[in-house]
Design a protein around this ligand. Structure first.
Ligand SMILES: *Cc1c(COP(=O)(O)O)cnc(C)c1O
Length: 220
């Protein structure tokens, strides 16, 4: 067994069966993605549209591609023909463009709204009130080619488990509160290599794991 396969087996054993695993393959070569694919992995996460599109062209067509990075409105068109889920949606303008491009491609694109839970300024995302307002906007309710399936969040990069837990709890409470009013909401995307166990304890339904599967990333 190669190490990618081993890592995947280990992670699958340690997460509940109903939690979806997004294998974050950003910066990694196709050969690594192929190993994960051969081990049964079908959901891959990327954070750059150009890189994801290249990989989409080369990989088997039953892969589900998740865009986990920040998205510029003018680039949505490049992934609209194939992207399954966009994780970091943080404006009405972006939702509008995703709906428009999905419609052009006769597709439905799943969206997650990014909630800002970390204390760092650099992290994108909306606060709870903005998210609830967006969900209740008439224009958003009328979009025919997107499905808002839930929320994604990134905790502060810290060793303080108590702080991470509180940040996860804040997005989980939004998830619980909105689920009853919006039947399509069923996804809470929290948890990365360093904190996915804690995220699952806090109600995660989807973890995004990169380095624990593919090894550390080397940025040029
Ligand atoms: C890179 C990335 C991940 C995966 O991070 P690891 O620590 O390698 O598991 C998860 N989510 C987002 C948004 C990322 O950019």
């Amino acid at each position: 067994m190669n190490s990618i396969e081993k890592n995947l087996h280990y992670i699958r054993k340690t997460i509940p069966g109903e939690v979806m695993l997004v294998a974050v393959s950003k910066t990694k070569p196709i050969a690594d993605l192929a190993k994960a694919y051969d081990a049964g992995q079908r959901i891959f996460g990327e954070n750059k549209i150009q890189e994801m599109t290249q990989k989409w062209e080369e990989m088997p067509k039953d892969v589900l591609w998740h865009m986990i990075g920040h998205v510029q409105t003018n680039k949505v068109k490049y992934m609209a023909p194939y992207v399954d889920t966009i994780h970091a949606v943080d404006s009405l303008k972006l939702l509008r463009e995703i709906n428009k491009q999905a419609s052009k491609n006769k597709r439905i694109i799943n969206c997650l709204l990014q909630m800002k839970i970390a204390e760092e300024d650099s992290k994108f995302g909306l606060n709870k009130n903005d998210i609830v307002k967006l969900l209740n906007t008439q224009e958003v309710k009328m979009f025919t080619n997107i499905r808002i399936k839930g929320f994604m969040g990134m905790a502060t990069f810290t060793e303080d488990q108590e702080q991470i837990k509180n940040e996860f709890k804040s997005i989980h409470s939004l998830f619980k509160e909105t689920k009853t009013d919006f039947p399509e909401i069923n996804t809470l995307s929290i948890g990365m290599s360093g904190d996915y166990r804690l995220a699952i304890d806090c109600g995660s339904t989807m973890v995004r794991i990169g380095s624990s599967i593919f090894g550390t990333r080397n940025y040029p």
